[in-house]
Design a protein around this ligand. Structure first.
Ligand SMILES: [Zn+2]
Ligand SMILES: [Zn+2]
Length: 335
């Protein structure tokens, strides 16, 4: 993936070089572009060459007449599907050990009930966030819309340029990047995450952030319970602290401990990175490429509302509440 991002980085940096001449564009064979960007946030589309010849629209299949907006978004990538299944398996494994190895044999019913309910609720929210992150369109640009008709419908002024992605034949909005796994251009693409088998982009970043947060929370909770259980077992007889044999119990607990540590570290770092990237309104790819900021600067709070929806409510923590990006985008200018 790094090489792909690097390749994209080189290409896009070249495309946006201020000194990039039209003659060079003609020579490069790609359907592009010069670099004068409109600074206003209201004009996010790139300026582009009006002559449709450079865009080679005849090489693009027309977009589907009936966009399958009703269809569930799912990336058919073997590696991503395997990683997604492993994620679910590991959460179920943790649930099994917590409930059947640690909490059921525990003497204190209140302790078992509270911890069991808390862990199960957080695990359910983590899996729901995972499913939403995986099956939500991250902000894909319509495939093959770089047709002559569409370019003409943009009513570009002479001298304006737009950028066509040569890989998926789409007119690329500003801040969109092509993902080689999804085979689509994704608006505000942060990165492609095999663990959720999807790109993290404009429309599913909330679910990805929630997924990392809930996984970090259940990992921490599991680690605390494992520590308490070890103390409990050491103080009492090992045969009484679990319904399983002492060696099996120890193996279950050590594996959970290892899993919890690994996931706590990984997801908490990811959560921090994501929140930072949302607050600064700079995607992972933009940070990697050190792209020059061409979009309006907003406060951290406004940036959060763009991703999580407006206004602030408990729905921010719910993987079932879809943020109204349009409304949040509107509020960022009027608040
Ligand atoms: Zn593309
Ligand atoms: Zn992707």
């Amino acid at each position: 993936m790094d090489s792909e991002i690097q390749a994209q980085s080189n290409r896009v940096t070249l495309l946006f070089s201020e000194n990039y001449s039209l003659n060079q564009e003609r020579a490069c064979g790609e359907s592009c572009i010069h670099s004068r960007m409109k600074k206003s946030p209201a004009h996010r589309c790139r300026d582009i060459e009006r002559q449709a010849g450079y865009l080679q629209p005849e090489h693009c299949a027309p977009p589907p007449t009936c966009p399958r907006s009703e269809a569930i978004w799912f990336i058919r990538d073997c590696c991503g599907i395997v990683c997604g299944v492993i994620t679910w398996f590991l959460v179920f494994y943790a649930e099994f050990v917590v409930l059947f190895v640690m909490l059921l044999p525990a003497k204190n019913l209140l302790y078992s009930l509270i911890n069991g309910a808390l862990f199960s609720t957080l695990a359910f929210l983590a899996l729901a966030s995972h499913a939403r992150a995986m099956c939500t369109d991250p902000g894909a640009v319509p495939k093959g819309n770089a047709t002559k008709e569409f370019i003409e419908s943009l009513q570009l002024k002479p001298g304006q340029v737009v950028y066509k992605c040569p890989k998926c034949c789409s007119i690329k909005p500003d801040r969109a990047h092509h993902c080689s796994v999804c085979k689509r251009c994704i608006k505000k693409m942060d990165h492609h995450c095999p663990w959720v088998n999807n790109c993290v982009g404009e429309k599913n970043q909330k679910f990805f952030v929630l997924f990392t947060m809930y996984i970090a929370l259940i990992s921490l909770h599991a680690l605390v319970m494992v520590a308490f259980h070890f103390i409990f077992c050491l103080e009492s007889d090992w045969t009484k602290c679990s319904t399983f044999s002492p060696p099996a119990t120890v193996i279950f607990l050590i594996l959970l401990c290892f899993e919890g540590l690994l996931f706590l570290l990984f997801t908490s770092v990811m959560f921090g990175t994501q929140v930072h990237s949302i607050c600064t309104d700079e995607t992972g790819i933009e940070q990697l490429k050190k792209e020059e900021r061409r979009w309006a600067k907003r406060t951290k709070w406004m940036n959060m509302r763009v991703i999580f929806g407006h206004p602030f409510s408990i729905a921010w923590l719910s993987p079932f509440a879809t943020p109204d990006h349009g409304k949040a985008d509107y509020y960022q200018y009027v608040v």
